[in-house]
Ligand binder design. Structure first.
Ligand SMILES: *Cc1c(COP(=O)(O)O)cnc(C)c1O
Length: 429
């Protein structure tokens, strides 16, 4: 696509965007700035306007029915989570029996590790990515320790090569080969939160299986962002949160995937709770845990209805827009942001701007992380003060997500305009 750095160009793209009406379905924060460009959907998605009514409905039902709402409300709470399964399964490319929404992300990964990280004296290693999200790093460390291993020995982190910014898939595959006999698990983020790199999940899964290891993914930055086919890729398990690209509200419940190959493995070790117990005998309240078939057999608790109501409203928007259309726009819009950053890099060589996200659209989602090595944090603070909302990591990495559901080409243009002004003001170094 041929991009141009003008407002006319940006507006013409927005005009032609099949998803242009979706922007109006979201609440944008008002931060008292003259401009507003929200690029933080990678951390907290915006609120769909339909969420309030969906939550109010459940508040009304609770007021009206009390406990009877479990069976008599408009969407009975007893089976409320089942409403979320079809749209969620669609988003991650799974069969409905392979997906359920429950708990929060880190909790869910720990629960899945109970079943899928089964280290032995000889086979206990986990291969993962360097610079993984801290919660995942703590999770791996404490899992290794829980099983009596030294994290430094058990966790193998694959890092970018000297002088490179992201990880080569071939280096992950070599690490899997090199540790073939000791490897228990390959556990990666689908999309790395920091660089935005999208990993080759089907290749990693095949490689893990070829050496007798299990393949699991944290899809926090992938679900609702990039196309996923977890079932066809033969992934063993995955988990994700719903409040980033899936816009379900802060800290809301996550989703899990368990491949159907494992869905009837009732002898897999797992932690039980009544909501994972066979529905037909759940209310007999007898001892003897009998897990349900499929992903639902990993549930523990009855579900938080208010959060799930918000999530349902949000997933309805996704189902309507469709991942295919979203992905098409995402590639163009992310390309425009990349182009805009490249122009800034050219215009302001002293700012030493570089992009640390892969250039290949097939290797990234809707994210551009830029390193502004020639400036300090003040640049970012000024950018926020001017109304361009992004995320900052030391030393001066700015992570931006142009989200296809609600961001526009004009937002990207605004970013370019604001940065040009701030960079022209000179550095603080
Ligand atoms: C956002 C994110 C988390 C957050 O975990 P919670 O348990 O939902 O707080 C964990 N891992 C990754 C990779 C993330 O991006």
């Amino acid at each position: 696509m041929n991009y141009e750095p003008t407002l006319e160009f940006a507006r013409a793209q927005d005009e032609a965007d099949p998803l242009r009406s979706y922007r109006d379905r979201f609440h944008f924060p008002s931060l008292g700035t003259s401009e507003l460009a929200y690029f933080t959907g990678h951390s907290l998605g915006l609120q769909p306007k339909t969420v309030r009514a969906a939550v109010e409905l459940e508040l009304d039902e609770w007021a009206r029915y009390g406990v009877e709402g479990h069976f008599h409300s408009t969407n009975p709470w007893y089976s409320y989570h089942e409403l979320l399964t079809p749209p969620m399964a669609e988003i991650v490319g799974a069969k409905e029996s392979e997906v359920v929404c429950m708990n929060s992300l880190t909790t869910n990964i720990h629960l899945l590790f109970v079943s899928f990280y089964r280290p032995t004296k000889d086979r206990y290693k986990i291969i993962s990515e360097a610079k993984m999200f801290p919660s995942d790093r703590y999770l791996l460390e404490t899992q290794a320790q829980f099983h009596g291993f030294d994290p430094d020995d058990a966790i193998i982190e694959v890092a970018p090569r000297e002088g490179e910014r992201f990880i080569r898939d071939e280096d992950i595959l070599s690490a899997i080969e090199a540790n073939a006999d000791e490897l228990a698990l390959v556990f990666f983020g689908g999309v790395n939160y920091f660089t935005g790199q999208l990993f080759d999940m089907p290749a990693l899964t095949d490689a893990a299986h070829a050496v007798g290891a299990v393949a699991g993914f944290d899809l926090a930055h992938a679900a609702g962002n990039v196309p996923l086919s977890l079932h066809d890729w033969d992934v063993d398990f995955a988990a994700w949160c719903s409040y980033k690209y899936l816009n379900s509200s802060p800290g809301n419940v996550g989703g899990i995937f368990v491949h159907e190959r494992h869905g009837r493995s009732f002898d897999l070790p797992r932690f039980g709770g009544w909501w994972g117990h066979d529905k037909d005998t759940r209310f007999q309240m007898k001892p003897g845990f009998q897990p349900m078939e499929g992903a639902e057999g990993w549930q523990l608790s009855n579900v938080p209805i208010l959060g799930m109501a918000a999530m349902k409203a949000s997933l309805d928007v996704f189902a309507e827009a469709g991942m295919k259309t979203l992905r098409e726009k995402s590639e163009k819009l992310t390309g425009y942001l990349e182009y805009t950053v490249d122009l800034l890099a050219e215009e302001f060589p002293d700012a030493d701007i570089s992009i640390i996200t892969p250039r290949d659209p097939a290797k990234r989602g809707c994210q551009i992380s830029m390193d502004v090595a020639g400036r300090e944090r003040k640049l970012f603070d000024d950018m926020i003060a001017a109304g361009v909302i992004a995320d900052f990591r030391e030393p001066c990495i700015i992570r931006m997500a142009p989200v296809p559901l609600y961001n526009t080409f004009e937002d990207v243009f605004t970013f370019g305009k604001v940065m040009r002004r701030l960079l022209a003001d000179g550095g603080d170094k």
